[in-house]
Design a protein around this ligand. Structure first.
Ligand code: MN
Length: 502
């Protein structure tokens, strides 16, 4: 499926990027024991037991929920799920790995040959997934400042991971970023994990090389980058490496095959170890676990429970709601917010069908999208609140949108109402009343105010009649002042123009 090289591609330096991503699964317990799996636990060595700290005589037991989530993730990545797969031991020696080996999958992973379609600059590109396999995580070594020794926290030891390995189909940091966003969204949509790079529940290691002009085969070297814990750093690290490789290739050198680490303090990659001293993991089949056999019924059950995926939702949002692409993308990127938005939309549709048939529902939907993505999103982010758990209900937000549309409150008054609703909850019409924010649309009240303003500002009126348009703005301002800022601007404008023309 890799795209054909054009002549232009062959005449330039061309980055080739593959990814290895580890996603932590959101299960109650660990991969092979009943210790809690809680990435937010801050007290070291509390979520541990004999199994995940590898005491003599203990045996692993497979977590069925981890299998289910792993298989579902594999399916969402369009992978084949083989009928049989198995676990293997991967040996290495490090204090955070108590058994001296990691239980992972080597030659029979639970998912293979999938893909993710990404969109960059309006073009769809298919990124192939080589495999996705299940494994357990290691603990964490800590090096507290000022202590002459290190400490180990085993809370993370034995937590379930899916490792996803792509083919080297990505060609720029931009594509890599789009891919990671899409993968993160998929993991979140199916509820397999939080896929939060800052928290380490999604970790990635890009491998990067650059093809020289004229070269048609893959380069003979590959540089891996570790320690990347945000989308921003992923982009920066990849761009940094691409530039570094091109520079060396231009000098006639071939970049060394090494593992680099991203140093966020200095915005550069730093060599960690070279590949020549690659580990010998002495893999062999895990003798303490059975071979996995997925029945047809199990696989069908998992497939049937996959919810709508980001790709499909993006397509549906653009078709159904006639929103600009930027709005659709922003909504798709935040699953809970787009669920809330859809509830608001269904309230608005209901209203347009049953209450006021003169309204254009598309206009209201666009307004709802703006409120969700701007003011509401900002409040949620500042307070770290989930949209579905906020005090603002979808019904209330839809009412707010309607109040503005009906000219009952101004946009700026609506902002105040939302802040109040967010803090205390309640119906917007009630808050409008309590805060005295209702807009005056009543023509006779506005006509009275305008009559006063015209009588008191003879010069401005004369200037306007002599052709000075800016005097009109002044008179509108005076009328609004007279109405204590609550006049409906449209009505004030129209009436004032009418009066001045008399
Ligand atoms: Mn791994």
């Amino acid at each position: 499926m890799q795209s054909e090289n054009t002549t232009e591609d062959l005449n330039t330096y061309r980055p080739i990027i593959g990814m290895e991503i580890h996603v932590q699964l959101k299960t109650k317990t660990k991969m092979f024991c009943s210790s809690p799996n809680n990435p937010d636990e801050t007290k070291p060595n509390t979520n541990i037991c004999e199994v995940c700290t590898s005491q003599p005589g203990t045996l692993p037991v497979i977590n069925k929920e981890a299998l289910r989530l792993g298989v579902m993730l594999g399916m969402a990545l369009h992978c084949e799920i083989p009928e049989y797969s198995k676990f293997d031991r991967k040996h290495y020696f490090y204090p955070d790995l108590p058994k001296g080996y990691q239980i992972t999958q080597l030659d029979q992973p639970m998912a293979k040959n999938g893909y993710i379609d990404i969109e960059v600059n309006g073009k769809i590109k298919r990124v192939r997934i080589n495999r996705a396999h299940l494994e357990e995580d290691a603990g964490k070594n800590m090096h507290p400042e000022g202590l002459p020794y290190s400490l180990v926290d085993y809370n993370r030891a034995g937590t379930p991971l899916v490792e996803i390995v792509t083919e080297p189909d990505l060609e720029s940091a931009e594509e890599a970023k789009a891919f990671l966003h899409q993968l993160r969204d998929i993991v979140r949509y199916i509820g397999a994990g939080s896929a939060d790079m800052e928290k380490g529940t999604m970790r990635l290691e890009p491998n990067i090389s650059v093809r020289k002009p004229g070269e048609s085969t893959l380069p003979k070297y590959k540089v891996e980058v570790k320690n990347i814990n945000s989308f921003k750093f992923a982009e920066q690290a990849i761009n940094y490496e691409i530039a570094r490789h091109i520079e060396e290739l231009k000098e006639g050198k071939i970049p060394k095959q090494v593992t680099m680490g991203w140093n966020e303090k200095f915005n550069k990659t730093v060599e960690q170890r070279s590949k020549e001293e690659a580990n010998d993991y002495r893999y062999f089949p895990e003798p303490d676990l059975p071979i996995l056999h997925f029945s047809k019924e199990f696989l069908e059950g998992v497939r049937d429970s996959i919810p709508e995926l980001p790709e499909a939702k993006r397509k549906r949002f653009s078709e159904e709601y006639a929103l600009p692409i930027a709005d659709v993308d922003a909504l798709i990127d935040w699953k809970e917010l787009n669920e809330f938005f859809e509830e608001v939309v269904s309230e608005l549709q209901d209203w347009c069908e049953n209450e006021d048939k003169t309204k254009d529902v598309k206009v209201l939907i666009k307004a709802a999208a703006n409120w969700c993505l701007q003011d509401f999103a900002a409040l949620l982010k500042t307070a770290h609140v989930d949209p579905l758990e906020s005090k603002v209900t979808a019904q209330n937000l839809s009412q707010l949108v309607r109040l503005i549309d009906q000219g009952k409150i101004s946009g700026s008054a609506a902002k105040q109402v939302l802040v109040e609703m967010f803090a205390k909850g309640g119906e917007p019409s009630r808050i409008v009343e309590d805060l005295g924010l209702a807009q005056v649309s009543d023509e006779s009240a506005i006509a009275d105010a305008i009559a006063k303003v015209i009588a008191a500002n003879e010069k401005a009126v004369a200037d306007f009649k002599a052709g000075q348009e800016k005097s009109f703005g002044f008179l509108v301002g005076m009328a609004m002042k007279e109405l204590k800022g609550k006049g409906n601007p449209q009505v004030v404008n129209d009436l004032l123009r009418k009066k001045l023309a008399e």
